[in-house]
Design a binder for this molecule. Structure first.
Ligand SMILES: *Cc1c(COP(=O)(O)O)cnc(C)c1O
Length: 489
C-alpha cells in the first residue's frame, strides 16, 4: 500500500473516516486474533530474544500503512505480551477489562479532550465531576460538599492526598515557621502500607523517617493501640502528627485496616491530623452488592484513593482522589492567565486544572462512565465479589494442604502462601510456571521469608485452575529440593 500523498491525510478529521475505520478495525482484528489464540498468560520468552527483535526495527523506514505495522507488532509485542484476561494470570493487581470501557477509550483518544479546563473539554469536565460526586456518595461523603479529581493511579492519588494533608498542617504558617515545621511532620501508616506513601513523603520534602511504620496484628491489620502510642510519642518528642494513612486492602494481603477505630483515634486528636484511606485495591467494595460494609468508617476520612483500574475492571489508567470537603483541595489552586484566569472562576465556569497535579489530562473518566451506563455498578461489584469468593476457596484449598503454609486470609482477593522448604524452592516454582507458560504468580517477603502470592482479579479463574497451579508449584518446589540433597539434609 502506498503512502498517502500528504502526511496530513494521517490526521483524524472529516476527510479521513474511511482510513480511521480501516485502521481501527485492523487494530481490533489484530487484538481479537491474538485473544482467540491466546492459550497462555505469557509465552515465557526471554527478554534478550525479544530485545533483538525490537532493536532490529528500522525506525527510519515507516511501513506507511497500519496493517503492516500491526503485523510487525504481532511479533514484537502481541505474541509475547502478558495477558491479564487469562485465567492463570494470578500475579499482580491487574484485571481483565470490560468492553464498554474499551469503547470509551476509543472515543476518548479520538476526540482527545483535555480535562484541564472547560474550554478544552466541555461535557468531559461535567462527566468527570459527576463521577467524582458519584464516588464521593458511595464513600459516604456528602457529595454536595465533597470533591476530587481523576488521577493516573494510586501512586499519584496518594501523593496528592499527602500534599493536601501537608498543606492542611502547615499551609497557613508563615514561610520561616513553615520551613521549621516541615522536618517535624510525621505520617503514620501500617508496616504493610503501599510504598507510594513513603515516596510521597520524600517528594513532599518531609524528614527521611517521616513515615512511622505501625505494627500489624495477627491478621496483618494496623494495630490501633500501637497507632495511638506512636502518635503520642511523636508529640512527646516534639514532632507534628500530619496524617494517618489507613489501607483498605493492602497490596500483599488484601487486608483492610480497622477503618472505624482508626477514624476514632484521628478524631480524638487535636486538628489538623488528616486521615487518608488508601482504597486503591479495596475501592471495588464501593460497588459490591454484599461486602460494602467492610469499608465502614471510610466516610470519616479526609481523603481516599480509589483505583478504578484495579477492582473496577477498567483499563489503565483510571484512579481518583476524593476529599470529604471541597475546600481542602484549595491548597493546590492556582490561576494561570492563559488557562483558567480568575475571571472565569468568578463567572462560575467549571474547571478541573486548579485541583489537579497534572495539566493536560486524558479523559479517563469516560471509561467508568460508559461502564456504569452499560453495565451498572452492581454488575461490576458482582464481578469483584466473585473473585473475592474464589480467593476464599483458594485460601481454604491451600490451607488444607499440609505441604503449604498460608498467611492470614484476605478480606479481598489475594492468597499468600509458601511451600514447606527453602525460599529458593518457592522462587524456582514461580520461575518454572512462567518459563513453561503455565501460569503467572507473584512472590513477596513476609517476616524475612519468601512467600508466593496469588492475586485474583479474573472472575473466569476457576478453583480447578487454582488447584492445578498449586499442584504444579508443589511439583516444581519438590523437584528443586530433591535436586539439592546437600541443602535438604
Ligand atoms: C496498587 C496500589 C497503589 C498504587 O497504585 P497505582 O495505581 O499502581 O499507582 C497504592 N496503594 C495500594 C494499596 C495499592 O494496592
Amino acid at each position: 500500500m502506498s503512502l498517502p500523498p500528504d502526511p496530513a491525510d494521517f490526521l483524524l478529521d472529516g476527510h479521513s473516516p474511511a482510513r480511521y475505520e480501516r485502521d481501527l478495525i485492523s487494530a481490533i482484528g489484530a487484538v481479537s486474533a491474538t485473544f482467540a489464540e491466546c492459550d497462555a498468560t505469557f509465552s515465557g520468552i526471554d527478554h534478550e530474544a525479544l530485545r533483538r527483535e525490537v532493536d532490529a526495527v528500522d525506525l527510519q523506514q515507516p511501513t506507511s500503512d497500519c496493517a503492516s505495522a500491526l503485523r510487525e507488532l504481532d511479533r514484537l509485542y502481541l505474541r509475547d505480551a502478558v495477558y491479564f484476561h487469562h485465567p492463570r494470570y494470578l500475579a499482580h493487581l491487574n484485571c481483565p477489562v470490560v468492553l464498554p470501557a474499551l469503547a470509551a477509550d476509543a472515543v476518548a483518544s479520538a476526540v482527545n479532550s483535555s480535562l484541564d479546563t472547560w474550554d478544552q473539554s466541555a461535557g468531559g469536565t461535567l462527566i468527570e465531576q459527576r463521577l467524582i460526586q458519584w464516588t464521593c456518595d458511595r464513600l459516604g461523603f456528602d457529595a454536595a460538599a465533597a470533591d476530587g479529581i481523576f488521577t493516573s493511579g494510586g501512586t499519584q492519588s496518594n501523593l496528592h492526598a499527602l500534599y493536601l494533608a501537608r498543606e492542611h498542617a502547615v499551609g497557613s504558617r508563615h514561610a520561616t515557621d513553615r520551613t521549621a515545621a516541615l522536618p517535624r511532620l510525621r505520617v503514620f501508616a501500617s508496616a504493610d502500607s503501599h510504598f507510594s506513601v513513603r515516596t510521597a513523603a520524600r517528594l513532599l520534602g518531609l524528614h527521611p523517617d517521616a513515615v512511622v511504620p505501625i505494627p500489624t496484628d495477627g491478621h496483618r491489620r494496623l494495630r490501633v493501640d500501637a497507632l495511638r502510642a506512636a502518635i503520642d510519642s511523636a508529640r512527646a518528642e516534639g514532632s507534628i502528627p500530619m496524617a494517618v494513612v489507613a489501607t483498605a486492602g493492602t497490596t500483599d494481603f488484601g487486608v483492610i485496616d480497622p477503618l472505624a477505630e482508626i477514624a476514632e483515634v484521628v478524631h480524638e486528636q487535636p486538628a489538623p491530623l488528616w486521615l487518608h484511606v488508601d482504597a486503591a485495591y479495596g475501592g471495588g467494595l464501593l460497588v459490591s452488592p454484599t461486602r460494602r460494609s467492610l469499608l465502614a468508617g471510610i466516610e470519616r476520612a479526609h481523603s481516599a484513593t480509589v483505583d478504578f483500574h484495579k477492582s473496577f475492571f477498567q483499563p489503565i489508567s483510571a484512579s481518583a482522589l476524593l476529599v470529604r470537603r471541597s475546600e481542602w483541595m484549595d491548597a493546590g489552586r492556582h490561576h494561570a492567565d492563559y488557562l483558567n484566569p480568575v475571571r472565569m472562576t468568578r463567572a462560575g465556569i467549571p474547571n478541573q486544572v486548579d485541583k489537579s497535579l497534572q495539566t493536560t489530562r486524558r479523559f479517563d473518566a469516560l471509561k467508568l462512565w460508559l461502564t456504569l451506563r452499560v453495565m451498572g455498578a452492581d454488575a461490576i461489584g458482582e464481578l469483584f465479589d466473585r473473585v473475592i469468593d474464589r480467593a476464599g476457596e483458594a485460601h481454604r484449598l491451600v490451607a488444607s494442604d499440609p505441604r503449604f503454609e498460608v498467611v492470614t486470609p484476605s478480606d479481598l482477593s489475594t492468597v499468600v502462601f509458601r511451600f514447606a522448604g527453602t525460599d529458593e524452592a518457592n522462587l524456582a516454582a514461580r520461575a518454572a510456571l512462567s518459563a513453561n507458560a503455565e501460569a503467572m504468580i507473584a512472590s513477596t517477603t513476609v517476616d524475612g521469608r519468601t512467600f508466593l502470592k496469588f492475586t485474583l482479579l479474573n472472575p473466569r479463574t476457576t478453583l480447578a485452575d487454582i488447584a492445578e497451579v498449586v499442584a504444579l508449584i508443589a511439583g516444581y518446589a519438590s523437584e528443586h529440593l530433591s535436586a539439592q540433597p546437600s541443602l535438604a539434609s
